[in-house]
Structures are given as C-alpha cells and as structure tokens.
Design a protein around this ligand. Sequence first.
Ligand code: BMA
Length: 813
Amino acid sequence: MKISLDGKWKFREVGSLEYLDGTVPGCVQLDLINLGKLPDPFYGVNEVLFYSLEEKDFEYVKEFYVENLDWQVKKLVFEGIDTVADVYLNHFYLGRTDNMFLKYEFDVSTVLKEGKNVLKVILYSPIKEAERLKKIYQSKYEYSHRSWIRKAQYSYGWDWGPRVLQIGIWKSVYLELNNGLEITDEFVKTEHLSEDLAVVKVFAKINSFEKPRSVEIEISDSEYVKKVIPDVYKSKEGYFIEERIEIENPKLWFPNGYGEPHLYTFKIVVKTSNEEATKMVTTGLRTVRVIKEKDEYGESFIFEINGKKIFAKGANWIPADSILPRLKEKDYKELIKMAKDANMNMLRVWGGGIYEYDWFYNECDKNGIMVWQDFMFACAIYPDEFDFFVENFKKEAEYQIKRLRNHPCIVLWCGNNENNWGFRDWWHIGDPEFLGNRIYKKVLPQILSELDPTRPYHISSPYGGEHPNSSTAGDKHTWDIWAGWKDYIYYKHDNARFVSEFGFQAAAHLDTMKKYIPLKDQTIFSKTLRMHEKQEEGLERLIRYMAGSIGLPKDFDSFVYLSQFVQKEAIKLAVEHYRKNKFRTAGALYWQLNDCWPVISWSSIDYLKRRKALYYESKRLFAKFLPVVEYEDGKLKVYVVSDELVPKQGQLNIAIWNFDGQKLYEKNITLEIPENGVVEAFSEKVENLNILKGEWLYIPKHVETAVIGDKIDRGLLESIVFVSLFVDEVEYENYFVFEKPINLELKPSQFEYEIKDDCIIIKPKTPAICLIVEADGDIQDNFIFARPAKEYKIRLNGAQVSRVCDLVEMVIR
Ligand code: BMA
C-alpha cells in the first residue's frame, strides 16, 4: 500500500520563525512564486532576485496521520530530492540525501507511529555544500561548484538558461507499507528477433519473506494475449524469475517514419499467502546496434534498428523548464508530438539536464522517437578521483539504468557531454585517468555490462577517432560555425560521421518575446534583452549572421523575424548537406529542440511551445523525401534523398521564376528513387536554363586578403528555383536561390490572401523567399517560401490572423 505524502507542506528558511505554505513535489523557488513573495523569474530581469536563495538552507515539514501500522515493511520513499538534505521522522534522523537523480528509501518501521507523525527535511545550500566538500577533499584540481554536487548542471546557468538553483523536494514522497512482497529489477530483454519469432527473457526479483505461491506473466497488446507461468528460483539475495518467452509473428517497434512503434505490456503478478503484487512493463521489440565499420572515410557511425540502417534526424533535448516541478505529463505529450510531427526520429537527452521524467520516455516509446541518453555530466571536470563521488554516481547509474532500460526508445547510453573533448582542447590535459574518465571509461562500461548489455555505450558526445571531435569516426559537435563565427556556408564542408550537435540561434516567437520583455526594453541592445541571451557574445553573433545573410532589421519585430529566418536558412543548408551525404554522415541532431525559459537560443520551439521558423522548416527538412537543389560547377543540380526502405518512383517539377513573377524555365521529370539513398535527379548548365541576362553585377567577395567585386550574371541574382517532388501523391517542396539574400536583387512579393473555413489561402503573384503570417495561435505552417500560380492553404487551428508580411520588407536596404 502506498500513502502519498504529496501536496501541502510547510516550509521556512532555516532560522526564520514563520512557516509558509509549500507544495511537494515542488521547490523553494516555486513556492515563493506561488506565495507572491517573489515574482516570475522569467520576466524582465527578475532572474537576479533568485540568486540569493542559493546561499540559504530551508526546512520542509509535513504532518500526517497513519491509522494502521500492521505491516511488516514500512518505508518512506522520496522519488527525488534536490539535493543535499537531512531527513527526520518524528525527530529521529533517517539519513542524508546528496543526489538529485536518486530515489531514496528509508526504513521507518521503528519510528513510524500510529496517529500523528512529523516528517522534516532540511535542505542545504548546494553552494555551501560544494565549498564544504572542496575543503574536505583537498584536490590539486579546481573543480567548479556544480561538479561536486549531483544536481542538474544547467541550473547553475547555461548559455541558454538562467541561473535558478532549484532547491526542494522535486518529486513525489510516499509511505510504502507492505508485508514484504515486492517485485523489483524487472527487465524484459530481447534475445532474438526475426520476422516470425521473438525470444525475450523476462527477469524480475521478488522480495518476499516466503516462497511465492504463484507467479504469472501475461504478455499482451490490443490483439494478443499470452500467459506464462515462470519458474521461481531462490538465491542468496532472494527469489527471482528468469523466463524465456517466445512470441510468434511479433510486431516490432519502429522509429518514426519506418512503421508503427508497437508496444507490448508484460504484466507480472506474484501472490504469497497474504499478499499480491503486480508490475507492468510496457516495452517494444526491436534490435539496435551502431554500425562501426572501417571505410574510405574512416569509420562509420550508423544506427541500425531491426537490421535497417537509419539516418538519425532530430534535435537535442534540454529540460523543458528551469523550475522542473512545473512540468506535467501534458508538456511532454505536446513536445514529443511536436518532434514527431516535425518528422524527427531521434532526440538526444543532453548531459547537462536531468534523466527525464517517465512521461518523456513513455511518449518517445509511443511516438517512435529514438533517444540518445547521456549520463548527467556536462562541460566540466568531475572529482572522480574521490571514492565518495564514484560511489554516489554508481548508485545513480544503477538506479537510472534499471529505471529506464525497458524503454525501447533508448537506443544508446552515452557517458557525458563534451568532457572528453574538453580534456583535449579546452583544459589541455590529454586523456586523464580521473576528472570524469574513471566513470566514463571504467565504471559505466562495467555497470552497463551487468545491467543493460542490450544497447551500445558511447563514452562521450562527441567521441571517436583520434580526436574526440573528429570527422572520421564517432559523433561530432560542429561548432566552428556559430560558436566559431564561421559562415554557415561551411556546413557544406562538414563530413562528420554523425553530427550530434550543430546549431544556430534565433529569438523566441515574437509573442513570447513581448510577453517577457517589458515594452520599454523591446530594443535590440537593452540590458533586459541581453539578459535573455545567455551566450557570451551571442547577440553579436546574431547581428553578424544577419549582416552576412540578409541585412539588418528595421525594428524590434523585424529583428525577431530576421533572426528566425537566418536560423532556419543556416540549419536548412546544414541538414540538406548532411542528408545528402548519407551514410557517410548518418545523423543530424540540431542543437536544440526546446527551451527552459523565454530566451534567444538555438531552439526551434520556444519555452511556451511556440514554433519558430526553424520548427516549420524542420518538417520539410526531415521529411522522408527531401529534394535538394545545388549550384555546382556552373550547373544547377537537384538531388533527391530518400529514407524509404524500398525504391520509389517520383515526379519532379523544377520551375525557375524571377522576382517580377515571370516563369523562366520549367521541367518535369519522372525518376526512380533508390531505397534509403540519394540520387542526382537533374543537372543542367545554367546557360540552358533561360535565366542568364548577359549583364554583369558585382557582388562583394572575399578573395585572398581583401573583399573585391565578383562578377555574376544579373539573371542569377533575380531568379529563384522551386522544386516540387511527388511520391505516392505526397508533395515535398524546396526552394533555392543562387546567392545569399543580401546579394540578391530581391523585391517584395506581391500576393493576396483570403481567410476561409479556418484556413488562410495565400495567392502569390510574384515569388517570395519568406512570407510570415502573424496570428494569435499555432498555425499549420509559416515562414513559407512561395511561388506564383500556386495557392498556399494553411490551417489556422482557430487562430486569428493580424497580418501577412514579407520578410524582405523588414530589412534595411
Ligand atoms: C554544446 C552543448 C551545450 C551548449 C551548446 C550551445 O556545447 O553541449 O553545452 O549549450 O553547445 O553552446
């Protein structure tokens, strides 16, 4: 039996006389906001008001009543405490917690009373605790505060996140009362998988004072039921089952875009003379491996699911709030659905956040989203030279692996984020024995070999090859572009084997920006705006890339839109290149899907789950078929990338227009598209496209030491190419211009629109590189490129349109 201790608690700062109303799950920050004692930290510069909390200690108290103590086992369970705390029940000291990622169970059989009980949790400042540890464990290395405490690293402030050091009981608390019967360590392991047969092994440990009278496993999905009576074994540690089960004609779990992510439920029921316990495991049947084979470029890094090579398409996932207990199942449902709708098949749970809530993995299981799961270490050296730290982490790893290993969505465990790259290039310490490596290279492989040998383990992200961030093997984080200020055109030179991070910043949705930035500060360089841009020289980069791509904005609104346009253009170029390079490159996960507060960041979905231009573009970029247009060696080329596992026939239309609205060229092609590959569908010299004018313009170009004029035919600067590919009656579109927008002879688009039946229908008379529909809700598509002679029908989902504008008119010319 479970007795929940969630809900109302009392809390106070240690030393204060007054108790306030608090909530569990929750945290000090959230309680103070709810009480009106502190404002919303995300508005304006309110973040700074929260800094002083991190130096303080807090006490949470709950009085509760228990009626019946007639149980043999009485446990107090904390699903999660953030982080350093002492726990007391009825003034008896139960113990200390020091890891946010652990579940804590205390035996309270001798202290729990019938009637009134008082539970007290004293939470200590994570900063002071880090100082204390530093003093005790004198080290020659300078570890930062955050490295000492097993706590979400982003909460100390990140280059997209505010500094909000959450302190509190962030997950549920309950009493677990029983007579000793419990099912633990359940693990459904696929041993063999083919079209007609799956062989799985079901493991579970049964804690019981007596030999169970009966154990049953029921395997089911909506159409299938099978019951098995497993043998029960006894060992020194207790009773357990290890049953081999065959499922004929199994339905497999497939990633998004490759079939249904089918799930089975395994229900384990155990009975003793006086008790019954049930455990449900919902899982999917699939195989996974990373193909690492030597080839002409180095060594491949290709995910293979159910025997098929999969190009990984998706993004990096960060915690969806800086105040975690605000997150609810609904948030995860919405965000994972959005990832699925954007045709993503993989998310990487990045190591500076948290092992996500169950909701996250459940939704990924259901939606076919593969998960690259980091362990929670990021961008730092960690004190694993000390056994206390390693022992603490071992418990964390054991708990989290057991908690997560039944989720078919998880396809890879990864030791950390960027630390091995850091050893080499940031801290210049080569490949040390400690500082984290003891965990990544020794502890984790060992624990995983025992607890979950079913998935590959990767030491770090990035990792592989001679250099941790190499292009010849393993995965790579491509940051010379954006972080390194390089032009985004250089994505085309990135031949990494798997790009697990690359990204470009943009402002949040305009409405989100306006909601959190006070009106008077809605200017590009206001201090407030700069507090909502967390990367050093982030705004400088935004301006640099705008200037290099399209030009500077006329006003604040234009700034928001232009930033989103540039972000989407840069990522478009990158993803097109990476996908066209399949399987030399076998994955493209952009940094980052989501936000934890309203900020200018690399995300495609902002904190309020509003879509940025990149989100809409992602749907096109990650679709099953992608037509890519390039201008190479004087030729216009169209490639078609296919993620379909069988060959297909397609109809390709290529049309070139000038910005005045004249069609200059058109061609229709029927083509055979190879399975899971790339084909060159069209190649023609520009001379044969009826677009050249024989009139030269000079565009500035960097040659050797100076920018000089580069001669280019005016026709190229006045043209825009639209491609439309039909496969199985679905249209896949793209557009292409011969130069960056800043060099083009752009003209504002002429278009009309009407609103009918909850749709907006846009009818362009002349081409547009980017039309923006301003509406007060989430509409089906936006930031569209548009050609004449086509109507663009966009579902409004009930939103009201306030205006439709052309991005070209937002630029200072
Ligand atoms: C990588 C990530 C994050 C960071 C991002 C953007 O370094 O792993 O640590 O937020 O790039 O700079």
